[in-house]
Ligand binder design. Sequence first.
Ligand SMILES: [Zn+2]
Length: 427
Amino acid sequence: MDLILRGGNLPDGRTGMDIGIADGRIAAVEAQLAAKGRREINVAGRLVSPPFVDAHFHMDATLSYGLPRINRSGTLLEGIALWGELKPHLTAEAIVERALSYCDWAVARGLLAIRSHVDICDDRLLAVEALLAVREKVRDHLDLQLVAFPQDGYFRSPNAVDNLARALDMGVDVVGGIPHFERTMADGAASVSALCEIAAARGLRVDMHCDETDDPLSRHVETLAAETRRLGLQGRVTGSHLTSMHSMDNYYVSKLIPLMAEAGLSVVANPLVNIVIQGRHDTYPKRRGMTRVPELMAAGLTVAFGQDCCMDPWYPLGSAEMLDVAHMGLHVAMMTGSDAMRACFDAVTTNAARVMGLEGYGIAPGCHADLVVLQAANPVEAIRLRATRLHVLRRGRIIAHTPPTAAKLDLPGRPKAIDFLRAPDDA
Ligand SMILES: [Zn+2]
């Protein structure tokens, strides 16, 4: 074996497990593995997880906060307008530089797979060119998957139909859309059909910004489910945001969720952004505006949490910390039951990997040796502490390392350094 991690805890609850790694893949997962490793790391009592995965991000806009000015209202529409002001001034070099900085942050946090939407409405397709270059540059460190995203509307923006086809020809991986931003409900539905047909013809996946509004009558997810089924795209289509579902009539939702399950739709909620962007037209009470996460999970759909934005025209905060995303999602969805909290960890790891269709993801023999060792005993503690990433492995190689955080209080008769914020029983 090239490397053995000894005595780790796994997200499924197994403890004291050794993970043997050879040629960049996991060769063994068992208690007291007899083999010897050329290098061995004691991870006893630490959570060893497959890497964090962000199934919904905008890397073309990231780290542009304040350019050319700050979003004063904090609303989605001012954000879209601001992005429109910034677009003509973008250069490919600046987009690449910001994206690479973000990838540094991501790797340090054990975030090793990102699905990023890329706006195709600028005829120069600068952002597409830039992020395709970034995808190649970072290939050994993380998986970047790109979605051709018509931010200003597939039919509403003058050249989006041509630009989206050009972006896919250039090598963008996934077909995007934004039906609720088209001029009419009918145009929105037509855009869903047209975009799903493109994906079917090209053998691609679909991920649409869908019903990102508080309007309960925004029902494009219904069309997305129907078109998925009509075109045989089951398991390849994701509805992102789906915030209108929060405000929909319960009777209608009781019909809708089974239709979504039948179509094998995946869902990505974006709790950090949904909680500050939705409900903006409300007085009090203000709606939360995140989609119905626990109900969708209970119906068997794959539900992931995405970060969506990090220091861009729509969101001034963020730091590639998927445990912040899980923490916010857990609170907004009121998922404080023990199984529900575990499910929130899955939403930023295994579920998100399934949304992206990642191959060789997980902790089992044959999987890629992509792993994160956390300063926490289990997934719930990892969320609670936003735990330090002690080691981040990619294909069996350690690519990031952070020393453990320790408490500083030094009193006679007490241990000098204990793990940061661990309950005494956990020590
Ligand atoms: Zn988005």
